[in-house]
Design a binder for this molecule. Structure first.
Ligand code: F0G
Length: 457
């Protein structure tokens, strides 16, 4: 059979509320043209994020029911710890309420003012947690990632020469660790090859700097390695995952992605002394080391979900269905980051509506139009999210790219939902010449994309 189907049946459904174009026009105006300010009940297809928005399996819900809520040493904790050790191979595991809590604990323990933390590309919370302790996050993405339309198979790779150069130039102790984000979310959901993970690890070991993996979408990365890297065709996803993590000294994880859970995360490493210090911080702000800010039932859902993410049929459906969206809009001429990523499709809004200048926020135009057209919610990843202000001139500087991300929640939407999204995007594309930009009329000092108010130009 050539038809690829969702490898599950649907047992519980959640109605979505239909809205008319007139209603949406009023709602988006009331939300000051910022889709973050829309109530979720007014959204038909929500592609804002794939984080914590997935549907759990029957096995996960069964786990929820047997959650052991003991404060210390619950059975659920041991099931969680066994799963993490089995897949990731690290000897010390610290549960946290989500990925950024693991980042905060890690960087407040190992990192201090004046240090530098290189990565293929830091996610924004990672970047913020490094900056918060006075250190500098540095992105070293591979050169292939610069051309959005180039379909290179591993555009998430670390730029090895740049990493080597940085570590050679730095005085000892300047770099407390190197991060590798798999898949590379900020770089378009693109995977990192095993060859690149190995080579990064070799460079780090030569310079005696620990390598940490930001593991949020580790199972999707493993699937891309199986599909695209020679020698891995017949290797099980779990073994690819084990091999990836064997190259690293530790990892941070948001279980809201490839943990297939609605909340949770962890920090893991092989360093006993470091773990002791991290646990002290954990107790201060997250909770006792055997629950770390999570309920026992959440630990159960993660213990089951980590294995489900590594099931081949699931990943096959996951990656093919994301690609389906990308290929259908690309076939209609919509410019996207190529090749399609694991968890999301990124539209190149600057090429979509070139008449809108970067500081008139073409990504905002596109998110507003997708909502108006069909009630679809996407997110701008461009100058509103990543623009900066020049400290000398006070001038706003645009971000390097104006993207709009359509992130696909796990196991939530069917192919007809995606067909509906394709139609919406193509309809907006057909009237792209008439689109106009936006200006900001109100914004907070930090993380402005979440709450800024806009007005049409
Ligand atoms: N690292 C990566 C690569 C991420 O994508 C995220 C979250 C985090 C760390 C932080 O994890 O949310 O559990 O604290 N990404 C979400 C997104 C929010 O929409 O891409 P968290």
């Amino acid at each position: 059979m050539r038809t690829i189907i969702e490898p599950f049946r649907i047992k519980a459904i959640e109605p979505i509320r239909m809205t008319s174009r007139d209603e949406r026009e009023k709602l988006i105006q009331e939300a000051a043209y910022n889709v973050f300010l829309l109530p979720a009940r007014d959204v038909l297809i929500d592609l804002l994020t794939d984080s914590g928005t997935g549907a759990m399996s029957a096995a996960q819900w069964a786990g929820i029911m047997r959650g052991d809520e003991s404060y210390a040493g619950s059975d659920s904790y041991y099931r969680f710890e066994n799963a993490v050790k089995d897949i990731f191979g690290f000897s010390h595991v610290i549960p946290t309420h989500q990925g950024r809590a693991a980042e905060r604990i890690l960087f407040s323990t190992v990192c201090s003012t004046g240090q530098t933390v290189p990565s293929n590309s830091h996610f924004d919370t990672t970047r913020a947690n490094i900056a918060y302790v006075g250190a500098e996050p540095v992105d070293l993405p591979c050169v292939e990632s610069r051309v959005l339309a180039d379909p290179h198979p591993f555009k998430g790779d670390m730029n090895l020469e740049a990493l080597q150069h940085l570590l050679e130039q730095c005085e000892p102790g300047k770099v407390p660790l190197v991060m590798l984000t798999i898949t590379n979310n900020s770089g378009g959901g693109q995977p990192v090859s095993m060859a690149n993970i190995r080579a990064t690890s070799k460079i780090c070991r030569k310079h005696k700097v620990p390598l940490y993996i930001d593991a949020c979408r580790f199972a999707e990365n493993a699937y891309f390695i199986k599909q695209r890297e020679r020698g891995y065709e017949d290797v099980a996803l779990i073994d690819i995952a084990r091999e990836m993590f064997s190259c690293a000294d530790g990892c941070t994880m948001s279980a809201k992605k490839d943990g297939m859970a609605n909340i949770g995360g962890f920090l893991a490493s092989n360093d006993e002394q470091l773990t002791r210090e991290e646990r002290n911080l954990l107790i201060l702000t997250e909770g006792f080391p055997t629950y770390g800010g999570l309920a026992g039932r959440d630990l159960e859902a993660i213990a089951v979900g980590l294995y489900e993410a590594l099931e081949l049929d699931y990943q096959h459906y996951r990656i093919i269905s994301t690609e389906y969206l990308g290929q259908h809009i690309a076939a209609a001429g919509v410019p996207i980051v190529q090749p399609p990523g694991g968890h999301a499709i990124y539209i190149d809004a600057a090429s979509f509506c070139p008449q809108i200048a970067p500081l008139e926020y073409p990504g905002i135009t596109l998110t507003v139009e997708l909502y108006r057209e069909a009630g679809v919610r996407a997110v701008e990843i461009g100058s509103v999210m990543f623009g900066s202000v020049d400290t000398e001139s006070g001038q706003e500087q645009p971000a390097p790219n104006e993207l709009v991300r359509l992130a696909i929640p796990r196991r939530v939407y069917t192919q007809s939902h995606i067909d509906y999204v394709v139609e919406a995007i193509v309809n907006v594309f057909e009237r792209r010449d008439a689109l106009k930009g936006y200006r900001i009329i109100e914004q907070p000092a930090l993380l402005r994309h979440f709450s800024a108010h806009f007005a049409p130009l």
